[in-house]
Design a protein around this ligand. Structure first.
Ligand code: SAH
Length: 266
């Protein structure tokens, strides 16, 4: 029988027969973009169509409700990421075609990493197909203008899984490096101080008039966006549906658009 030899980076050799390969369980991990069908890829839509079971965080599933009416749906609350992955793994191993839904892009503060980690830890034989999506940073940038035309960094202000000291260090470094900075998870009902501390750090390196874009529910029905400055942006609605983009020292606002020059002479 024909055998496929796969040499892993560790030097380990995985030998799979064609039959084993065909019988392999599969999980699609699907990035559904910022929140409407038009911003989902064809590939994401096809994978959902092919799946019997859809698993995800309820907020993201609500955004794609119309696409999953005839599926078995398992919806769970925030912070149940591990349980969602385990459920996807168990059902895939039983032969079900499973899609795990992740808002935006699954590889950016999403579900791709934890799923791969769990599969590796338990040595499951499951094929994972990761389908990328438009991340909040892309959506927000498009709403605001062209703020990401030069080097930028994304920082999540959520300290649930990351030490706050490390997050602060990264804000210092990014500001010192004059990067455009996109802040994910800026503020929740329980976490309200991080964004204030972040602003204070940024003001040490960046001018208080530095342009800032605030995008809430970007590319969803309730979208709101604001162009403001580093000293004023806390006056705008900032919550867990908001992404904030802070300009670099060349970023400016013109005709209601936030623009970071790439360097062309115009
Ligand atoms: N994987 C997602 C990010 C998950 S972290 C992605 O790639 O977009 C969740 C954070 O993303 C939110 O707290 C918010 O900061 C941001 N976010 C997600 N969707 C958003 C949207 N439509 N508009 C603004 N911010 C959004």
């Amino acid at each position: 029988m024909k055998k496929n030899k796969i040499v892993l980076k560790t030097g380990e050799i995985l030998v799979q027969t064609e039959r084993q390969k065909k019988a392999m369980s599969k999980i699609y991990i699907i990035g559904t973009g910022p929140g409407n069908r038009q911003h989902m890829t064809e590939k994401a839509l096809t994978a959902i169509e092919k799946s019997e079971v859809i698993i995800g965080y309820e907020t993201y599933l609500n955004l794609i409700a119309e696409l999953i009416t005839n599926k078995t749906v398992f919806s769970s609350k925030m912070r149940k990421e591990k349980e969602r992955c385990q459920q996807a793994i168990d059902l895939a191993l039983k032969g079900k075609a499973v899609s795990l839904i992740s808002g935006g892009d699954p590889g950016i503060y999403g579900m791709a990493g934890i799923l791969l980690e769990l599969i590796k830890k338990e040595q499951y034989t499951i094929d994972v197909e990761i389908i990328p999506g438009i991340s909040a940073v892309n959506a927000a940038a498009a709403v605001l203008g062209a703020p990401l035309m030069h080097d930028f960094v994304c920082i999540s202000l959520s300290d649930l899984l990351t030490d706050w000291q490390l997050i602060k260090k990264r804000i210092h470094c990014a500001a010192q490096g004059d990067f455009v900075i996109a802040l994910y998870n800026p503020c929740s009902r329980k976490r309200i101080n991080q964004i204030k501390e972040a602003q204070q750090i940024l003001l040490k390196y960046k001018d208080k008039s530095t342009p800032v874009g605030v995008v809430k529910n970007g590319m969803r029905d309730q979208e709101e966006s604001f162009l403001t400055s580093l000293d004023m942006f806390l006056d705008y609605p900032i919550d867990m549906s908001t992404l904030i983009i802070i300009g670099n020292s060349h970023t400016y606002i013109a005709d209601n658009k936030m623009i970071t020059p790439r360097g062309y002479s115009i």
